[in-house]
Design a binder for this molecule. Structure first.
Ligand code: 16G
Length: 274
C-alpha cells in the first residue's frame, strides 16, 4: 500500500479542491487492470492533499480504458484502506493521513509533533477517586486507594483522534488533579514536576467499533472502526504509574511495529539420531 508523504498537510480551512488532473487518455493493458488502476490511484493520493477530489468513476473509466465497475472496485479498495472517502452526491476525496504510533513508548503529544501536527486535549474528567477493584489490580494498589481518573479527548490539528481514560496512583502524584492537562503533556508533567519518567509499558490492542458515546465525542458515525489500546506503564523504579484504556479512530491512527527474527529460526533441526 502506498504510504502518503508525511509532509502532506491539511488543505487550509478544510477547503475542497475540484482540480482533478487532466491527463491524456492512458489505456491500461494486460492483466489485473483493477490492481494497476488501484496502484495509479494510490500514487495520485500520495501526491495529493487531504480534501482533494479524486476523478470520478466515469472519468477514470474513460481515461484508463477500463469498465466503470473496475474503476469502482479500485476506489472501493482505497476507501477500505482509509486513503479516501466518499461524500454522497459529491464524489471521492482524499482523507487526512493516519497518525503513526511508533513501537517506542511515546506520548500522544510526541506522536503529534512527529507528524507535524498541533496536539491539544479536552479534559472530560480529572479527579481523585477511590480505586475500583479492577483498576487497583492494574495499578498494583489496594482497592479503595486514591487514584487520579483522567479522561481526555486527544486532538491533532483540532481534529479529535483518540479518547483516553487513564488512572494514575494519586499518592505518587499529589496535586496532579490540579495541573492544566488540557494545555500540558501528562508525560512531560510527570517528568518535570514529579521527576518520574515513564520507562516501560505493556499494551494490548484490539479492533473495536466505537460506541454511540465514543463516536459522538470523536465526531464520527457510530460503529466507526477503532483501535482499543490498553496500556500499563511503569516508571524506572518498576512501579506502575498509569493504566490507560484508549480508543483511537481507525481512520486516523495506525501502529508501526518493528520485528526481529531470531537467527537460525528457519533452519531444520539436525537429526538427533546417533
Ligand atoms: C499516550 C498513552 C497514554 C498517555 C499519553 C500521554 C497510549 C494508548 N496512551 O497517548 O497512556 O497518557 O500518551 O500523552 O498510547 P501526553 O503526554 O501528550 O499527555
Amino acid at each position: 500500500m502506498a504510504t502518503r508523504r508525511s509532509s502532506r498537510r491539511a488543505t487550509a480551512g478544510g477547503k475542497r479542491r475540484d482540480d482533478s488532473p487532466r491527463e491524456p487518455l492512458r489505456p491500461l493493458t494486460g492483466q489485473a487492470k483493477g490492481q494497476q488502476l488501484q496502484e495509479l490511484l494510490e500514487d495520485l493520493v500520495s501526491s495529493s492533499e487531504p480534501g482533494d477530489k479524486l476523478p470520478s468513476e466515469r472519468e477514470l473509466a474513460a481515461r484508463y480504458g477500463v469498465a466503470r465497475m473496475t474503476a469502482r472496485g479500485a476506489i472501493d479498495r482505497l476507501v477500505s484502506q482509509g486513503l479516501v472517502h466518499r461524500i454522497h452526491g459529491q464524489g471521492t476525496y482524499v482523507s487526512e493521513p493516519r497518525v503513526a504510533q511508533p513501537a517506542s513508548l511515546t506520548s500522544f503529544t510526541e506522536d503529534m509533533v512527529t507528524r507535524d501536527m498541533t496536539p491539544s486535549s479536552i479534559v472530560l474528567a480529572q479527579e481523585v477517586v477511590p480505586a475500583t477493584g479492577p483498576i487497583a489490580l492494574q495499578l498494583q494498589l489496594a482497592a479503595g486507594e486514591p487514584v487520579l481518573r483522567l479522561e481526555r479527548i486527544r486532538r491533532g490539528d483540532d481534529d479529535p483522534i483518540a479518547l483516553e481514560r487513564s488512572h494514575l496512583p494519586a499518592r505518587r502524584f499529589p496535586g496532579l488533579e490540579s495541573v492544566d492537562l488540557a494545555a500540558r503533556s501528562l508525560y512531560e508533567t510527570l517528568a518535570t514536576d514529579y521527576d518520574c519518567e515513564p520507562a516501560t509499558s505493556e499494551q494490548q490492542i484490539a479492533a473495536v467499533a466505537l460506541t454511540d458515546a465514543e463516536a459522538h465525542l470523536l465526531h464520527v458515525p457510530t460503529a466507526t472502526p477503532a483501535l482499543r489500546i490498553e496500556r500499563t506503564t511503569r516508571a524506572r523504579d518498576g512501579g506502575v504509574i498509569e493504566f490507560v484504556r484508549s480508543v483511537y479512530r481507525g481512520d486516523r491512527f495506525e501502529l508501526r511495529t518493528h520485528q526481529h527474527r531470531k537467527a537460525g529460526t528457519s533452519r531444520a533441526e539436525p537429526d538427533d539420531a546417533p
